[in-house]
Design a protein around this ligand. Structure first.
Ligand code: OOG
Ligand code: MG
Length: 264
Protein backbone atom coordinates (compact mmCIF):
# COMPACT_ATOMS: atom_id res chain seq x y z
CA UNK A 1 0.00 0.00 0.00
CA UNK A 2 1.20 3.47 -0.82
CA UNK A 3 0.70 6.73 0.93
CA UNK A 4 0.56 9.45 -1.67
CA UNK A 5 -0.96 12.84 -1.07
CA UNK A 6 -3.31 14.40 -3.60
CA UNK A 7 -0.61 17.03 -4.27
CA UNK A 8 1.97 14.34 -5.06
CA UNK A 9 -0.36 12.61 -7.50
CA UNK A 10 -1.07 15.94 -9.22
CA UNK A 11 2.65 16.66 -9.44
CA UNK A 12 3.43 13.20 -10.88
CA UNK A 13 0.70 13.45 -13.54
CA UNK A 14 1.77 16.96 -14.49
CA UNK A 15 5.44 15.91 -14.78
CA UNK A 16 4.56 12.80 -16.81
CA UNK A 17 2.66 14.99 -19.25
CA UNK A 18 5.43 17.55 -19.49
CA UNK A 19 8.26 15.04 -19.82
CA UNK A 20 6.24 12.86 -22.24
CA UNK A 21 6.74 9.86 -19.93
CA UNK A 22 4.46 7.26 -18.42
CA UNK A 23 3.65 6.43 -14.80
CA UNK A 24 2.44 3.20 -13.20
CA UNK A 25 -1.26 3.28 -12.38
CA UNK A 26 -1.81 4.05 -8.68
CA UNK A 27 -5.50 4.14 -7.69
CA UNK A 28 -5.74 0.50 -6.57
CA UNK A 29 -2.74 0.94 -4.27
CA UNK A 30 -4.07 3.90 -2.31
CA UNK A 31 -6.52 2.95 0.44
CA UNK A 32 -9.71 5.02 0.29
CA UNK A 33 -8.99 6.53 -3.13
CA UNK A 34 -12.52 7.00 -4.44
CA UNK A 35 -14.33 8.85 -7.21
CA UNK A 36 -14.46 12.13 -5.31
CA UNK A 37 -10.72 12.01 -4.65
CA UNK A 38 -10.05 11.18 -8.30
CA UNK A 39 -12.05 14.26 -9.42
CA UNK A 40 -10.21 16.32 -6.75
CA UNK A 41 -6.92 15.32 -8.41
CA UNK A 42 -8.34 16.18 -11.84
CA UNK A 43 -9.46 19.61 -10.65
CA UNK A 44 -6.08 20.44 -9.11
CA UNK A 45 -4.21 19.11 -12.15
CA UNK A 46 -6.30 21.32 -14.45
CA UNK A 47 -5.72 24.36 -12.20
CA UNK A 48 -1.97 23.68 -12.30
CA UNK A 49 -2.01 23.36 -16.09
CA UNK A 50 -3.94 26.63 -16.43
CA UNK A 51 -1.42 28.38 -14.18
CA UNK A 52 1.82 26.93 -15.57
CA UNK A 53 0.80 26.79 -19.22
CA UNK A 54 -0.97 30.17 -19.12
CA UNK A 55 -4.15 28.77 -20.56
CA UNK A 56 -7.80 28.51 -19.53
CA UNK A 57 -10.76 26.17 -19.66
CA UNK A 58 -12.58 25.89 -23.00
CA UNK A 59 -15.01 23.10 -22.14
CA UNK A 60 -15.48 19.48 -21.15
CA UNK A 61 -15.21 15.98 -22.54
CA UNK A 62 -16.95 12.73 -21.88
CA UNK A 63 -15.00 9.49 -21.76
CA UNK A 64 -15.92 5.83 -21.83
CA UNK A 65 -19.45 6.49 -23.03
CA UNK A 66 -19.77 3.51 -25.37
CA UNK A 67 -20.56 -0.02 -24.17
CA UNK A 68 -17.62 -1.29 -26.23
CA UNK A 69 -15.16 1.01 -24.42
CA UNK A 70 -16.70 0.35 -21.00
CA UNK A 71 -16.38 -3.40 -21.56
CA UNK A 72 -12.83 -2.98 -22.80
CA UNK A 73 -11.86 -1.13 -19.62
CA UNK A 74 -14.11 -3.19 -17.29
CA UNK A 75 -16.12 -0.18 -16.10
CA UNK A 76 -19.86 0.58 -16.05
CA UNK A 77 -19.86 4.33 -15.96
CA UNK A 78 -18.53 7.11 -18.15
CA UNK A 79 -16.08 9.72 -16.92
CA UNK A 80 -15.56 13.38 -17.74
CA UNK A 81 -12.57 15.65 -18.11
CA UNK A 82 -11.74 19.29 -18.80
CA UNK A 83 -10.67 20.78 -22.15
CA UNK A 84 -8.22 23.67 -22.20
CA UNK A 85 -7.68 26.31 -24.87
CA UNK A 86 -4.14 25.10 -25.53
CA UNK A 87 -5.44 21.60 -26.39
CA UNK A 88 -7.21 22.88 -29.49
CA UNK A 89 -5.67 22.09 -32.92
CA UNK A 90 -6.66 23.40 -36.36
CA UNK A 91 -8.71 21.10 -38.56
CA UNK A 92 -7.16 19.84 -41.80
CA UNK A 93 -3.55 20.59 -40.71
CA UNK A 94 -0.59 18.33 -40.05
CA UNK A 95 0.20 18.11 -36.32
CA UNK A 96 3.35 17.07 -34.50
CA UNK A 97 3.15 13.94 -32.36
CA UNK A 98 6.28 14.96 -30.35
CA UNK A 99 4.27 15.90 -27.25
CA UNK A 100 2.13 12.74 -27.27
CA UNK A 101 3.19 9.70 -25.21
CA UNK A 102 1.06 7.18 -27.12
CA UNK A 103 -1.70 9.28 -28.63
CA UNK A 104 -4.83 7.80 -30.14
CA UNK A 105 -7.49 9.45 -32.26
CA UNK A 106 -11.27 9.13 -32.01
CA UNK A 107 -14.18 10.76 -33.86
CA UNK A 108 -16.73 12.54 -31.67
CA UNK A 109 -19.71 14.86 -31.95
CA UNK A 110 -18.96 18.23 -30.32
CA UNK A 111 -21.63 20.50 -28.82
CA UNK A 112 -21.19 24.25 -28.34
CA UNK A 113 -23.48 25.83 -25.75
CA UNK A 114 -25.48 29.06 -26.14
CA UNK A 115 -26.38 29.26 -22.43
CA UNK A 116 -25.26 27.92 -19.07
CA UNK A 117 -26.55 24.46 -18.17
CA UNK A 118 -26.89 24.34 -14.42
CA UNK A 119 -28.81 22.02 -12.12
CA UNK A 120 -29.12 18.49 -10.86
CA UNK A 121 -31.93 17.16 -13.03
CA UNK A 122 -30.81 18.12 -16.51
CA UNK A 123 -32.47 16.09 -19.29
CA UNK A 124 -31.15 15.30 -22.79
CA UNK A 125 -33.90 17.60 -24.17
CA UNK A 126 -32.49 20.49 -22.09
CA UNK A 127 -29.02 19.75 -23.44
CA UNK A 128 -30.33 20.01 -27.01
CA UNK A 129 -32.25 23.23 -26.19
CA UNK A 130 -29.15 24.85 -24.70
CA UNK A 131 -26.92 23.89 -27.65
CA UNK A 132 -26.01 26.60 -30.18
CA UNK A 133 -24.71 24.05 -32.70
CA UNK A 134 -23.13 20.62 -33.04
CA UNK A 135 -20.13 19.80 -35.21
CA UNK A 136 -17.86 16.85 -35.98
CA UNK A 137 -14.61 16.63 -34.04
CA UNK A 138 -11.56 14.50 -33.43
CA UNK A 139 -10.16 13.94 -29.98
CA UNK A 140 -6.52 12.96 -29.42
CA UNK A 141 -6.46 11.00 -26.17
CA UNK A 142 -3.18 10.23 -24.44
CA UNK A 143 -2.86 8.37 -21.18
CA UNK A 144 -0.09 9.21 -18.76
CA UNK A 145 -0.22 5.58 -17.59
CA UNK A 146 2.03 2.76 -18.80
CA UNK A 147 0.69 0.80 -21.76
CA UNK A 148 -2.50 2.93 -21.73
CA UNK A 149 -3.72 0.69 -18.85
CA UNK A 150 -5.66 2.09 -15.90
CA UNK A 151 -8.76 1.80 -13.74
CA UNK A 152 -11.61 4.29 -14.10
CA UNK A 153 -10.27 6.20 -11.06
CA UNK A 154 -6.75 6.47 -12.51
CA UNK A 155 -8.20 7.78 -15.78
CA UNK A 156 -10.41 10.33 -13.99
CA UNK A 157 -7.39 11.64 -12.05
CA UNK A 158 -5.51 11.87 -15.39
CA UNK A 159 -8.20 14.24 -16.73
CA UNK A 160 -9.83 11.35 -18.62
CA UNK A 161 -6.80 11.04 -20.93
CA UNK A 162 -7.36 14.54 -22.39
CA UNK A 163 -4.65 15.68 -24.79
CA UNK A 164 -5.85 17.62 -27.86
CA UNK A 165 -9.06 18.25 -29.80
CA UNK A 166 -9.82 19.29 -33.34
CA UNK A 167 -13.16 20.86 -34.25
CA UNK A 168 -14.54 20.63 -37.78
CA UNK A 169 -16.10 23.63 -39.45
CA UNK A 170 -19.46 22.20 -40.48
CA UNK A 171 -21.95 23.42 -37.91
CA UNK A 172 -25.52 22.16 -37.63
CA UNK A 173 -28.50 22.98 -35.47
CA UNK A 174 -28.89 19.90 -33.22
CA UNK A 175 -32.52 19.60 -34.35
CA UNK A 176 -31.24 18.83 -37.87
CA UNK A 177 -29.16 15.86 -36.73
CA UNK A 178 -30.38 12.32 -36.11
CA UNK A 179 -28.58 11.79 -32.79
CA UNK A 180 -29.10 8.03 -32.95
CA UNK A 181 -28.88 6.98 -36.57
CA UNK A 182 -26.34 9.50 -37.85
CA UNK A 183 -23.59 7.34 -39.34
CA UNK A 184 -19.84 7.87 -39.03
CA UNK A 185 -17.07 6.34 -41.16
CA UNK A 186 -13.56 6.61 -39.70
CA UNK A 187 -10.63 6.14 -42.09
CA UNK A 188 -6.87 5.89 -41.56
CA UNK A 189 -4.71 6.40 -44.65
CA UNK A 190 -7.73 5.77 -46.86
CA UNK A 191 -8.74 2.47 -45.23
CA UNK A 192 -11.93 2.20 -43.21
CA UNK A 193 -10.93 1.45 -39.61
CA UNK A 194 -14.38 1.73 -38.03
CA UNK A 195 -17.99 2.54 -38.84
CA UNK A 196 -20.62 3.43 -36.26
CA UNK A 197 -23.63 5.60 -35.51
CA UNK A 198 -24.16 8.32 -32.92
CA UNK A 199 -26.24 5.82 -30.88
CA UNK A 200 -22.92 4.23 -29.83
CA UNK A 201 -22.62 7.15 -27.39
CA UNK A 202 -25.08 6.09 -24.65
CA UNK A 203 -27.92 5.76 -27.18
CA UNK A 204 -27.63 9.47 -28.07
CA UNK A 205 -24.73 11.86 -27.39
CA UNK A 206 -27.15 14.24 -25.62
CA UNK A 207 -27.71 11.50 -23.00
CA UNK A 208 -24.00 11.47 -22.27
CA UNK A 209 -23.87 15.25 -21.83
CA UNK A 210 -26.96 15.22 -19.57
CA UNK A 211 -25.24 12.55 -17.44
CA UNK A 212 -22.18 14.82 -17.16
CA UNK A 213 -24.20 17.98 -16.39
CA UNK A 214 -25.82 16.18 -13.43
CA UNK A 215 -22.50 14.83 -12.27
CA UNK A 216 -20.94 18.33 -12.49
CA UNK A 217 -23.73 19.75 -10.32
CA UNK A 218 -22.70 17.43 -7.49
CA UNK A 219 -19.30 19.12 -7.53
CA UNK A 220 -20.70 22.63 -7.82
CA UNK A 221 -19.70 22.89 -11.49
CA UNK A 222 -21.69 23.47 -14.67
CA UNK A 223 -21.43 23.83 -18.46
CA UNK A 224 -21.02 27.50 -19.37
CA UNK A 225 -22.27 29.50 -22.32
CA UNK A 226 -19.71 29.30 -25.15
CA UNK A 227 -18.08 26.11 -23.91
CA UNK A 228 -17.47 23.12 -26.14
CA UNK A 229 -18.28 19.59 -24.99
CA UNK A 230 -16.95 16.46 -26.68
CA UNK A 231 -19.66 13.86 -26.16
CA UNK A 232 -17.47 10.72 -26.24
CA UNK A 233 -15.87 8.45 -28.81
CA UNK A 234 -18.23 7.10 -31.47
CA UNK A 235 -15.81 4.34 -32.51
CA UNK A 236 -12.74 2.77 -30.94
CA UNK A 237 -9.65 4.98 -30.66
CA UNK A 238 -6.89 4.36 -33.21
CA UNK A 239 -3.18 4.67 -32.42
CA UNK A 240 -1.52 7.63 -34.18
CA UNK A 241 1.77 7.20 -36.05
CA UNK A 242 3.75 9.89 -37.86
CA UNK A 243 2.67 10.14 -41.48
CA UNK A 244 -0.91 9.06 -40.73
CA UNK A 245 -3.82 10.84 -42.32
CA UNK A 246 -7.25 10.38 -40.78
CA UNK A 247 -10.72 11.33 -41.95
CA UNK A 248 -14.12 10.97 -40.32
CA UNK A 249 -17.23 11.39 -42.44
CA UNK A 250 -20.37 12.27 -40.52
CA UNK A 251 -23.88 11.88 -41.97
CA UNK A 252 -25.19 15.32 -42.91
CA UNK A 253 -21.95 17.18 -42.04
CA UNK A 254 -19.21 16.11 -44.44
CA UNK A 255 -15.68 14.98 -43.64
CA UNK A 256 -13.04 16.19 -41.18
CA UNK A 257 -9.33 15.62 -41.69
CA UNK A 258 -6.21 15.40 -39.53
CA UNK A 259 -2.62 14.44 -40.33
CA UNK A 260 0.29 13.77 -37.98
CA UNK A 261 4.06 14.11 -38.37
CA UNK A 262 7.29 14.02 -36.38
CA UNK A 263 9.14 17.25 -35.57
CA UNK A 264 7.52 20.53 -34.63
C1 OOG B 1 -10.43 7.49 -21.30
C2 OOG B 1 -11.00 8.60 -22.14
C3 OOG B 1 -11.82 8.05 -23.28
C4 OOG B 1 -13.65 8.62 -24.91
O1 OOG B 1 -14.12 9.41 -25.75
O2 OOG B 1 -14.14 7.50 -24.68
C5 OOG B 1 -12.43 9.05 -24.18
C6 OOG B 1 -9.56 6.56 -22.10
O3 OOG B 1 -8.37 6.84 -22.24
O4 OOG B 1 -10.06 5.54 -22.59
O5 OOG B 1 -12.02 10.16 -24.37
MG1 MG C 1 -12.84 11.01 -26.25
Amino acid sequence: MKTMTTEQIVEDLFEAQHNVQTLPQFAKDIPGFDEDKAYDVQELLVEKQCREERTSVSGWKLGLTSKAKQQMMGVHEPSYGVLLKNMSLEEGQSHSIERFIHGKLEPELAFVFKEDVKGEYITPAQIIQSTAYVLPAFEVIDSRFEAFKFTLLDAVADNSSSCRYILGNQLLDPAQVDMRLGGVVFRKNGEVVATSTLAAVMGNPANAIAWMANKLAKRGQFIRKGQVVLSGAITQAVHIEPGDHFTASFDGFGTIHASFKTGE
